[in-house]
Design a protein around this ligand. Structure first.
Ligand code: GLN
Length: 452
């Protein structure tokens, strides 16, 4: 009840929820109490967890923050949320996001921008919480929830976590099932958690993960005890510092923090190694071809007939066109146009196929690097949280550039997380990113725990 009241009280200022369900929350919390009274209970018994509005929660409106899905109430539960409820977590709200998870500032949500609870020192300017999982980040940073889910296709968990002083985890591709999660770019989509500490984040990852026969790309192996790895020593680990992540225009204090992070690890017995990931500069262009290509295909299903909102036209084709014109926002329409263009007969080889080759090379970069080191340390983002409206109006490329450090791990499918590491001179949080080899989340949590 306290969580629901806090959510309702904060909604006016933060706009971080797409819906709040007090009745279901209290019902689930009572059931949890009853289990605890009987001496039963799971790892998250009674813990309220906010759910990004991309996850299907049975009977609860699931919109992906898009007008085209208005009124869509799935008849099924996503595997990740089911895993959370099975561990005793309590549902209380769906959180806002960039429409269909496309964006880095939560400004493309059909319900309007989400406000970051943080403010720069001496300023009342409203900042974005990052995106696309901005609502989850804001709700957790404001102290309303204890954990939250997100999805990360090109940084959408790690960047909002960095902008709000939280821990954000993108596990290995396939660790957390995509079943029941509205698809953006299927080969890049990774469900994962937000939490306040590395240990909480590890525990949430552990609960959310696991093999799911309903997702053909789900990893079939067992889930290790991630929570235990969060406190593990980093002594003897080799940590790579990739020189290609020193990009032009990055504030000096991010560079300083990065060096500081390496020093903290060194002080705890890790060895710092300079490495090179030469294909890094091609990651953003490759991502912004592959992601829209897959999105244009995934979003073909929203035709006004099967799901959500419909605008009646003169005939079927006219209904499709009117529904999609009214239902999709501008950024989503831009992605569909880019995607259909790069997949079209004349351009497939030049763009899409080329991007797939670059993807392979980026993967090989990481494979080579992980021959030398156990984990990689980089900044999570090239800036702290920025003002609402400051980038959205500019060239879309400017917004895309904010993903420069995060997209590489999605392209390679390897685990990466953001951990709060300090504040900039205006008092805003900054995050460092830890990247590990596929299925080596335990190393990642150990390194993040040593920085925290
Ligand atoms: N900002 C990136 C994009 O707009 C990534 C989004 C995401 O990870 N869902 O595509």
């Amino acid at each position: 009840e306290a969580t629901v009241a806090a959510a309702e009280a904060a909604q006016g200022a933060l706009n971080c929820f797409t819906s709040i369900d007090g009745e279901r929350a209290v019902e689930m919390a009572r059931a949890s109490d009853a289990r605890l009274a009987k001496g039963e209970g799971g790892a998250l018994e009674g813990v309220p967890v906010a759910i990004k509005d991309l996850f299907a929660v049975k009977g609860v409106e699931t919109t992906a923050s898009s007008n085209i899905l208005k009124g869509f109430k799935p008849e099924y539960e996503s595997t990740v949320t089911q895993n959370l409820w099975d561990a005793g977590a309590v549902f209380f709200a769906k959180t806002s996001m960039d429409e269909f998870a496309m964006g880095s500032s939560n400004e493309t949500a059909a319900t309007g921008p989400v406000v970051n609870p943080w403010r720069a020192k001496g300023s009342e300017a409203k900042l974005t919480p990052g995106g696309s999982s901005g609502g989850s980040a804001a709700a957790l940073a404001a102290g309303i929830s204890y954990g939250a889910t997100g999805t990360d296709t090109g940084g959408s968990i790690r960047q909002p976590a960095a902008f709000t002083g939280l821990v954000g985890v993108k596990p290995t591709y396939g660790r957390c099932s995509r079943w029941g999660v509205v698809a953006f770019a299927s080969s890049l989509d990774h469900p994962g958690p937000f939490a306040k500490t590395v240990k909480d984040a590890a525990l949430l990852t552990q609960v959310m993960a696991g093999h799911d026969p309903k997702d053909s790309t789900s990893y079939p192996g067992a889930v290790p005890d991630f929570a235990a790895s969060a406190g593990r020593s980093v002594k003897g680990l080799r940590i790579g510092i990739p020189k290609e992540y020193r990009v032009d225009g990055m504030p000096g204090e991010i560079e300083t923090l990065w060096r500081q992070g390496a020093k903290w690890l060194e002080e705890q017995g890790a060895e710092i190694v300079d490495i090179s990931l030469p294909m890094t500069k091609y990651a953003l262009p490759a991502y912004y071809i592959i992601a829209p290509a897959e999105a244009s295909s995934n979003l073909a299903r929203y035709d006004g007939i099967r799901y959500g909102a419909r605008v009646e036209g003169a005939d079927l084709i006219d209904t499709y066109e009117k529904t999609r014109a009214a239902g999709f926002g501008l950024e989503v329409q831009r992605r569909i146009m880019i995607g259909t263009y790069v997949l079209s007969a004349g351009y497939y080889d030049a763009y899409y196929l080329k991007a797939l080759k670059v993807r392979r090379r980026i993967y090989e970069d990481f494979t080579a690097a992980f021959g030398q080191v156990d984990a990689i340390l980089t900044p999570a983002t090239p800036s702290a949280a920025f003002e609402i409206g400051s980038k959205a109006k500019a060239d879309p490329i400017e917004m895309y550039l904010n993903d420069i450090f995060t997209v590489t791990a999605n392209i390679a499918g390897i685990p990466a997380m953001s951990v709060p590491a300090g504040l900039d001179k205006s008092g805003l949080p900054l995050g460092l990113q830890v990247i590990a080899p596929a299925l080596e989340e335990e190393t990642m949590f150990a390194v993040a725990g040593a920085i925290e």
